[in-house]
Design a protein around this ligand. Structure first.
Ligand code: ADP
Ligand code: MG
Length: 237
């Protein structure tokens, strides 16, 4: 299958009411690996992911996939920090994206049940999604995002609202998805998590890429004083 990657950002800038939220960003996202986006609150992590996913149009510069935008869009999924679910059953939530892809109902239902089993949601299939716990809700969001096997998954601090055991579950699903070939781009404020799963790191500051590179080198010895301070847990602004 021809890849939608690399994704190329050239001078890509997102503005809201005249204010730059992120950019200009120059970045090439290759076909392999796990990219983790880190940086202080307000540094632009969410904005960068939204810009890459095309949720917001760039005010300047470009975001270019290696396939036409409509095809590239079909191959991406996005998981929000606050999981969102339809006010319907867990099963209906899982069936929905498959039906959007035009899959016949019987096949979509079978696939939804398989995904529910993989994400430990079988007992919850008939439950209304909004009544799930935070951890279950995020598992559902991730199951739904991964059900059609996206080529690229953007995840915005998917564990931010979760406790330790729910975080471990989500993290293992993310690692598994990445191992089976989904290109993962994830924002996190959890440096332990970043170290565990990142191949590459993007360190944002004030909406710009302040430092980027292979995770091992970055965590062992960042080049910039700001990244060193951030990793020490100092307040960086
Ligand atoms: N909807 C919005 N309207 C105006 N400013 C926003 C909006 N969303 C984010 N911002 C601003 O954009 C900057 C980057 O925010 P964000 O991308 O959410 O950072 P992060 O995810 O790293 O915390 C911040 O200064 C934030 O206040
Ligand atoms: Mg954010």
């Amino acid at each position: 299958m021809v890849s939608a990657l690399p994704l190329t950002l050239a001078g890509a800038t997102l503005r809201r009411r005249g204010k730059v939220l992120v950019g200009p960003v120059d970045l090439k996202l290759g076909e392999r690996g796990v990219t983790v986006v880190i940086g202080p609150n307000g540094s632009g992590k969410t904005s960068l992911l939204r810009m890459m996913h095309g949720l917001q149009r760039v005010a300047a510069g470009s975001v270019t996939w290696s396939l036409p935008d409509t095809e590239a869009r079909r191959r991406q999924a996005y998981v929000f920090q606050q999981p969102i679910a339809l006010r319907r059953s867990v099963l209906a939530n899982l069936v929905f994206p498959l039906r959007l892809h035009g899959m016949p109902r019987a096949q979509a239902t079978a696939m939804a049940r398989t995904a529910a089993s993989r994400f430990d949601l079988t007992a919850k299939l008939e439950q209304s999604a909004p009544s799930l716990s935070g951890g279950e809700m995020q598992r559902l969001a991730l199951a739904r995002a991964l059900i059609a096997t996206p080529e690229i998954l953007f995840a915005d601090e998917p564990c931010a609202a979760l406790d330790g055991s729910a975080t471990r579950q989500i993290e293992s699903h993310l690692v598994e998805a990445a191992a089976s070939g989904t290109r993962l781009v994830m924002a996190t404020h959890d440096m332990g998590q970043a170290r565990r799963i990142a191949d590459d790191v993007i360190f944002l500051l004030h909406g710009r890429i302040h430092e980027t590179g292979p995770a091992t080198a970055f965590f062992d010895g960042p080049d910039t004083a700001e990244a060193r301070a951030f990793l020490r847990g100092d307040i960086v602004d």
